[in-house]
Design a protein around this ligand. Structure first.
Ligand SMILES: *Cc1c(COP(=O)(O)O)cnc(C)c1O
Length: 399
């Protein structure tokens, strides 16, 4: 009791992020202990037998559970307001496991088509290989969701704001339609971050994250997690899938992510303030034909974004006049911002989606998604915002 302070219902987000899930062990360590162990030992064969029968709660093997990973899961669940959290080795293993664990041949999945590149690959290439029918819709078109969900479906998957064009999908409206079709709704909440948007409060059944992005936020480790309330989904589908297929989070990564969470709200707040200033700057540049940021008056879903999210987010996308050639010249002119497909990092990172994350798609598919040759995506970092803007300005001036 004295060394382990129980979570109080009244704790605010920042307190939960610093304290939630912390369990101190025999030496009363201040910081969360890192349990770099794959296995655990038993006092007796009787104890091992009981553990395997599920009659005794204890650690068996780190593919199943690990004390450091458990602290991360508890802190994430507390932050999200979810009953359960299952940590995974990456965001993609979270996405794949959350879907595949409950699907079988013949099932239907409906998803928005503006997805992170690898999520789109799972929808288009992997699930159909197992006889799962996937249908992709324009996520911003409620009539399209209604048509697709007029037939039964097992799962709905969506990302909002979407990568890289920052479209906003109406989470409550899609959840209502999905539930009528018998589907569980999974939201990829990575771009919004757990600080700015709570999909489960808006009706979603399952929320997934890559922890690689804002949760670590400092470019160190890969990780992910799946959050939800439904205990049947855990016991019948996700837990056995995770235990026996093995996409578990490493204890070292879990420890790093626990440290990341302590500053998540502070970092995301500053990322958003910087992103807003960068968006305002870009919006005033004649060489930039369009700036995409959910708080700008020109954003088509500004009002919806304001309802669902508490700020505009950490990402800004923009279209440079002059297509790929101009975009590459701009990127080559940057002296501070790094070229990288990663995001949510303390360092400002920028990428050219048409030739990197979405190069697998046909030109027509890219055009439908608004991924034009002049589009540049910027993950606004935590450097002094005036330095970020100065760098963008001098690179734009090379055009
Ligand atoms: C990065 C990302 C993922 C995948 O996460 P990894 O940790 O790289 O596997 C999924 N969705 C979105 C929106 C992402 O940005």
């Amino acid at each position: 009791m004295a060394i382990n302070k129980p979570v109080q219902d009244t704790w605010r987000l920042q307190t939960k992020l610093v304290r939630g899930g912390t369990k101190r062990y025999a030496d009363a360590e201040t910081s969360e202990a890192m349990f770099l162990t794959s296995g655990y030992v038993y006092d007796s064969p009787q104890e091992a037998e009981q553990a395997f029968k599920g009659e005794r709660e204890r650690y068996i093997y780190s593919r199943y559970a690990n004390p450091t990973v458990a602290m991360f899961e508890e802190r994430m669940a507390l932050m999200e307001g979810a009953r359960h959290c299952v940590a995974t080795s990456s965001g993609m293993s979270a996405m794949f496991a959350s879907l595949v664990c409950m699907l079988q041949s013949g099932d239907r999945v409906v998803a928005s088509k503006a997805l992170f590149g690898s999520c789109l690959y799972i929808m288009q290439e992997q699930l159909p290989k197992f006889g799962i029918v996937t249908e992709l819709v324009d996520g911003t078109d409620l009539a399209a969701w209604e048509r697709a969900l007029s037939k039964p479906a097992k799962a709905v998957f969506l990302e909002t704001p979407s990568n890289p064009t920052l479209d906003i999908i109406d989470i409550p409206a899609v959840c209502t339609l999905a539930h009528q079709a018998g589907a569980r709704v999974i939201v990829d909440n990575v771009f919004a971050t757990p600080v700015l948007q709570k999909p489960m409060e808006l009706g979603a059944d399952i929320v997934m994250y890559t922890a690689t992005k804002h949760i670590d936020g400092q470019g160190r480790v890969m990780g992910g997690c799946i959050l939800f309330n439904d205990s049947d989904y855990l016991e019948d589908y996700l837990k056995p899938f995770m235990r026996h297929t093995g996409p578990c989070l490493s204890p070292f990564a879990a420890w790093t992510l626990l440290k990341g969470l302590e500053t998540l709200e502070l970092r995301v707040g500053q990322h958003c303030r910087n992103a807003r200033q960068v968006a305002d700057f870009l919006d005033g540049q004649t060489i930039v034909t369009k700036t995409l940021y959910p708080e700008l008056d020109s954003h088509p879903h500004k009002a919806l974004a304001a309802q669902q999210m508490s700020a505009g987010g950490t990402m800004v996308s923009f279209i440079i006049n002059g297509g790929k050639e101009a975009a590459f010249k701009y990127l080559n002119g940057l002296k501070l911002v790094d070229i990288s497909n990663n995001l949510g990092d303390a360092k400002s990172l920028t990428t050219h989606p048409a030739t990197t994350t979405h190069q697998r798609l046909s030109e027509l598919e890219r055009e439908e998604l608004g991924i034009t040759p002049g589009l540049v995506r910027l993950s606004v970092g935590l450097e002094n915002v005036d330095d970020i803007i100065d760098d963008i300005q001098q690179a734009l001036e090379t055009l």
